[in-house]
Design a binder for this molecule. Structure first.
Ligand SMILES: *Cc1c(COP(=O)(O)O)cnc(C)c1O
Length: 222
């Protein structure tokens, strides 16, 4: 077992006065590590892989709020739809529609974040500002009664350049603020999910209110 209790307690002391929520990223870590952090009071956990999440969820307390933070394929939504708390990585209308459909089958409303691509690094995932706008203004949203867009998620480049990281986070924050002032019945900007073990301090400075931290709490992944 490799949970860093001291790091958790220090981090919580830092986050609580700022009102920042912690998602403890437990991907690749065993259920016993999750139980150890749960025993300290942590309830929000994040996983990246559908199969791993589906395996772990029944072994662990039912009041855990499971966040899906990886890239989600449409054909796998059905496996997590019965219990997932928040899906962070939504990057297409097609996926949004599938989440709505599976949520309806489970008589639930599922909250999601739109994933924005702000890093200068090339990655396949995430929406640019225009694509975020297209989704938020899309007429199809009014028919999606079982999915609720509640914010933006983003990742900065994996670089040492603090200025660059700050700039990238700021793009996400500006988009979040823009739509926070333009709420409709179909979306509400509540959560800005920015920051991981290496860059969460700058993310919080940039306005993040939800950080996703793994290795700092659970140790490096093998
Ligand atoms: C793995 C992962 C994290 C946590 O990364 P750490 O560096 O271990 O804190 C956060 N967000 C996403 C999307 C991840 O895949």
């Amino acid at each position: 077992m490799s949970v860093n209790t001291a790091a958790y307690q220090t981090l919580m002391k830092e986050l609580q006065p700022k009102g920042v929520q912690l998602v403890a990223v437990s991907k690749t870590k065993p259920a016993e590590d999750i139980r150890a952090l749960y025993a300290l009071g942590q309830r929000d956990f994040g996983e990246n892989y559908v199969q791993e999440l589906v395996d772990k969820q029944p072994q662990l307390p039912s009041d855990i709020r499971w966040h899906f933070i990886g890239h989600l394929q449409s054909n796998k939504v059905k496996y997590i739809a019965p219990f997932v708390h928040l899906i962070h990585g939504v990057d297409s209308l097609k996926l949004l529609k599938e989440i709505d459909k599976q949520a309806a089958k489970n008589s639930r409303v599922i909250d999601v974040l739109l994933q924005m691509h702000v890093a200068q690094e090339e990655t396949k995932f995430g929406l640019d500002e225009n694509e975020v706008s297209e989704i938020l203004n899309h007429e199809a949203l009014s028919a999606l009664k079982n999915v609720r867009i509640v914010g933006i998620m983003s990742m900065a480049s994996f670089v040492d350049d603090v200025q660059q990281i700050r700039q990238e986070f700021t793009i996400a924050k500006n988009t979040f603020d823009k739509y926070a002032n333009q709420e409709t019945n179909f979306f509400k900007m509540k959560y800005l999910s920015l920051g991981m073990s290496a860059d969460y301090s700058w993310a919080i400075e940039a306005g993040s209110n939800m950080i996703r931290v793994g290795s700092k709490l659970f140790g490096a992944r093998g």
